[in-house]
Design a protein around this ligand. Sequence first.
Ligand SMILES: Cc1ncc(COP(=O)(O)O)c(C=O)c1O
Length: 382
Amino acid sequence: MDSNQTLPQIDIPRDMIHFGIGQPSNHLLPIKELERAADHCLSKENSFFLAYGESKGNANFRKTLSGFLTGYYPNPVDPEQLLITSGNSQALDFICTQFTSPGDTVLVEEPSYFLALKIFADHKLNLVGIPVDDDGIVTDVLKEKLETLKPSFLYTIPTYHNPASVTQSFKRRQELVEICAQKNLLVVADEVYHFLNYSDDPPPPMGNWIDTCPLISLGSFSKILAPGLRLGWMHTNIDLIKKMAKSGLLDSGGGFNPFTSEIVNSVISLGFLDTHIQRLKKVYRQRIKSFCDQLRMHLPEQAEFKVPTGGYFVWVKLSDGIDTNSFRKAANEQNVNFYPGTFFSHEKRLKNYMRLSFAFYDEDVLAEGARRLGKVILENFS
Ligand SMILES: Cc1ncc(COP(=O)(O)O)c(C=O)c1O
């Protein structure tokens, strides 16, 4: 059992199983494919990608990426609708810079991705939560909030939500877009898990509606290739692309990541990305099944969770009396860790929830982690 894959950037004690880690296992990072892709692009005579790039991002890559997205999405994606980013975190920070001022209100889901909440806090934004149910963001509550609020944008994670693992239904997507079109409210859809479905295809990405309401769909290579690449994209209408491309940052530095873009351009052109996504889905599908079986076996009967149909996370609701912050402290003593529900609530609610990622560890380590969690609950909370 290898629970000690090297993670130099995260300070995790040896033997600790940390269910907070939201990245692929080391053995799922495609080093050989990237080596071949780098050789492929560096052996070309042309070195344009070592110069400052076009503000919207490497044009060669935007064309290849549009072809890739068109293959997965129900509608064609035009390269002019894409702006290359350094991943979704950077894109969120950039959007805050472009579209908000300190003190502005931003609508977030409750729960939401805890590090997006941190980025919004960096920009001194005032957050208002909209609940999420099994069909995604609750549009009736959104409508009500918009009667009095004038937010700068709404942040949503429509597909295989982090942490709740739910997917916004097609109907909800349409309602959301209708409401936001009427109010001229910018929707920022973080679609980082869109390609990682383990059963049926998800509904169309929010990028489908970029001409219906102000909407930016964010995509990233972090979960489908490697987070260290720091590469992603915005998919939005051409007017918004033009506006963002005029920013001081892009004017001064040129487009984001032209060199990495060229390498990933080769990854896609050589056919490695499609194959890699299929491989990830196969591994994760199997992991989810065995991990959820183990959780059912070791967690108390009252623990509630749905078997994820995509993404990275199992979102577990424990009995009301269990505060997962205290549970986490006790769990640390037994060499197991996770992120408690309060991390994902801008108001520090959801005390009896925990998020467990199955992306990093293999089945045997996940099983041992589930056993440790069960033991801690049994010894401390029953
Ligand atoms: C919802 C969500 N958005 C963004 C990110 C970070 O994306 P990136 O690596 O592209 O910055 C993550 C990673 O866990 C995530 O879960």
